[in-house]
Ligand binder design. Structure first.
Ligand code: ZN
Ligand code: ZN
Length: 279
């Protein structure tokens, strides 16, 4: 499967709103977090999106994605969930069709499932009932495995840092692109943004990850967690590759090459928006 980080930035992205600091001005833009997981097969493959950043429309177009099978939210914060309103428009005839006489015969997207933590559904049920209704939001409890084509997406219980509350991470299993592994020995990807602390390795449903995306406080901008404590906590989760989410030159007061060097020092890759890996 192929994993693309639609956004590598933190809650406000880079550049930060109304900021003219040298780090914002001299860095490439970073969108808010979202991880795209695709099986091989181009348009015929399965496509899952973990978190829906507010800039999801441009991010999906840049990634060449015009069809989603399923969307999963870790939590309801603006930077991880606001793009649901964007995707809602893709399912909304009044916003996309202009009457048969104008020949619009395509734009409303095929249905995609949307699974969210219980806390998100409770909030949206009263505040965004039409969104809940149109997108068919359903709860995914921790420990539940959801099959989407050849992928299996499992929710894991983690703690969100600052503010502290229970939220979800995800473990995705899918056919490995290594021929000798294939579907027999699936590739495993973890997605754990906004952590307060590392989850207990014993509570993880897998013993190792091919690719682990984790809260970028490990780089030193301690927005959600203490950097050293989080790195130590995540170390027992065996992973071939570790990638930092929520990266911000603005918060770190560092230029991009220095952020990337910090990542190498602590064992975390720092990607740019749209970077991808095949596992
Ligand atoms: Zn700045
Ligand atoms: Zn958050």
């Amino acid at each position: 499967m192929r994993c693309t980080l639609l956004g590598t930035g933190d809650a406000v992205g880079v550049p930060a709103p109304l900021c003219d600091c040298e780090y914002c001005e001299e860095s490439d833009p970073r969108r808010r977090p979202g991880l795209l997981v695709e099986t091989e097969g181009g348009g015929d493959g399965t496509t899952v999106l973990l978190d829906v950043p507010p800039d999801v429309t441009s991010a999906l177009h840049d990634a060449g994605v015009t069809d989603l099978d399923a969307v999963f939210l870790t939590h309801g914060h603006y930077d991880h969930a606001a793009g649901l309103s964007e995707l809602n428009h893709a399912r909304y005839e009044r916003h996309l069709l202009n009457g048969p006489e104008l020949g619009h015969d395509h734009p409303v997207s095929d249905p995609f499932s949307v699974r969210v933590p219980r806390s998100v559904l409770q909030t949206y049920a009263t505040r965004r009932p039409r969104l809940v209704d149109r997108l068919g939001l359903t709860v995914v409890p921790p420990g539940e495995r959801v099959a989407v084509g050849p992928l299996t997406v499992e929710a894991v219980r983690v703690d969100h840092g600052e503010p502290l509350f229970p939220t979800l991470g995800y473990v995705v299993r899918g056919p490995s692109t290594e021929p000798e592994r294939g579907a027999v020995d699936p590739a495993v990807v973890g997605y754990l943004p906004d952590l307060d602390a590392a989850p207990d390795p014993e509570a993880m449903p897998v013993g190792r990850f091919d690719l682990l995306y984790a809260e970028g406080s490990v780089l030193g901008a301690e927005l959600h967690a203490d950097a050293a404590a989080l790195r130590d906590g995540l170390a027992p989760l065996a992973a071939d590759r570790r990638v930092a989410t929520n990266v911000s030159e603005h918060m770190l007061r560092l230029h991009t090459p220095a952020v990337e060097a910090r990542g190498r020092e602590v064992g975390y890759e720092v990607w740019r928006d749209g970077d991808a890996a095949t596992v």
